[in-house]
Design a protein around this ligand. Structure first.
Ligand SMILES: [Zn+2]
Length: 405
């Protein structure tokens, strides 16, 4: 099994090289934009060009000639643009309206040719006199040093981010490690169902864990949008800079918020010995969260994405099921009565057996149940006979008891 992590390390950049690094970052952003513009313009048949190998020869030489950007960084810019264009095309296929990728963030992508890692520091390709050598700055009790120092973790590419508010460079390094597989071939699987919500709790599990305050996330987003709109009306250069900076701050905050939530989700799964975490398939999640904003949809996707890579480290798989009726069906053992009157906001009361549960907890149990049923129906392997739905952490009546608030 392969473990993957991202080490985030603050860099100490020598004063005399700050400008070189900043200029490299600005040029990298412009180069990514030129590739994206060209890809968006399309091929002879008018299709957006997403393939890096097709995109690269179209603008590469021009960019190198105009800017003198390091060849590996120019290649990274193609990749950066092609990822963004692929994302656009995916959204178009989903029937969403999409516009051309626009790069605004202070980020440079370094592949392993453009960055070299040493103990205590790295060297980065940049403008000016040779590579920039920047020392790592670790906080006291940091895991980051463990990732960065020695040979235990293999360091791959990195993203260099600049935070204008604190005038600081951070390096986000992908690291990986091979671990012996312990969970593969396990025959009995315990399933953790997860219900995601636009309000109340962001995620509720079939074991009764209530995770993340979705209202807080929405509140922070609205606050940010209000400030941004006000500043946009001002229109000054200063306002523009502030917009960028509050945008970065909010992006960091929401990423971190989701990291806390996904971490707790995976911890819950691990502590309950679950081998699978099951979400609802978002592409079909029309009925219950049809009012979800683009931002909320992003948050749902991001939560799952983060849970996926964190779960991998524990040998836990992440799957999804069709969401139909998961909020209307009674999850009580041997009942399964499905009716829209069963649910009233946060409260679920089965019209047939009388079972009362928190709605989200009920939905999470149904999500796990559906996964188990699908496996049984598909007859996938010997494991199916041992599938189990975990509900043991709840009280005897099956009532929810929020383990985390
Ligand atoms: Zn019932």
């Amino acid at each position: 099994m392969e473990l993957q992590r991202t080490a985030v390390v603050k860099l100490s950049v020598p004063n005399e090289r700050q400008d070189d690094l900043k200029r490299t970052m600005d040029t990298f952003r412009d180069a990514s934009q030129r590739f994206a513009d060209r890809g968006w313009q399309g091929d002879d048949s008018g299709y957006v060009i997403t393939s890096r190998s097709r995109l690269q020869p179209l603008v590469y030489d021009d960019i190198r000639e105009d800017t003198g950007l390091h060849s590996d960084l120019t290649v990274a810019a193609v990749n950066h643009a092609s990822d963004a264009l692929s994302g656009c095309v995916d959204r178009m296929k989903e029937g969403e309206r999409t516009s051309k990728p626009v790069f605004t963030s202070n980020t440079t992508v370094y592949n392993t040719n453009a960055i070299t890692y040493f103990d205590g520091y790295c060297s980065l390709a940049a403008y000016g006199s040779g590579r920039v050598h920047a020392e790592y700055v670790y906080p006291d009790d940091s895991l980051q040093a463990e990732y960065m120092e020695g040979d235990e973790w293999t360091k791959q590419g990195a993203k260099l981010r600049y935070d204008c508010q604190s005038d600081t460079y951070y390096l986000h390094v992908s690291v990986k490690q091979e671990r012996e597989d312990s969970s593969e071939g396990a025959e009995s699987r315990t399933v953790l169902g997860v219900d995601r919500n636009v309000d109340g709790y962001l995620a509720v599990t079939s074991t009764g864990a209530f995770i993340g305050n979705a209202d807080l996330l929405n509140h922070k987003r609205r606050e940010y949008e209000r400030r941004r709109n006000r500043l946009q009306q001002t229109g000054t250069r200063n306002a523009h800079l502030t917009i960028q900076s509050i945008g970065d701050t909010f992006a960091n905050w929401s990423e971190d918020f989701l990291h806390q939530a996904s971490k707790r989700l995976v911890k819950e799964a691990a502590s309950q010995d679950c081998s699978v975490i099951v979400f609802e398939d978002l592409k079909r999640i029309r009925d219950r969260i049809s009012g979800a904003s683009k931002f909320q949809q992003w948050a749902f996707r991001e939560l799952k994405r983060q849970a996926e890579y964190k779960a991998r480290a524990h040998g836990i798989a992440v799957e999804s099921v069709h969401p139909a009726y998961t909020s209307q069906r009674c999850s009580h053992t041997n009942c399964g009565f499905t009716h829209e009157d069963n649910r009233d906001g946060d409260e679920f009361a089965c019209q047939k057996c009388g079972k009362e549960l928190h709605s989200d907890y009920n939905a999470a149990r149904n999500i796990a149940h559906r996964y188990v049923q699908n496996r049984l129906k598909s007859g996938s392997g010997r494991a199916t006979n041992h599938l189990a739905l975990k509900s043991g952490t709840l009280n005897g009546n099956g009532d929810y008891s929020p383990s985390t608030v």
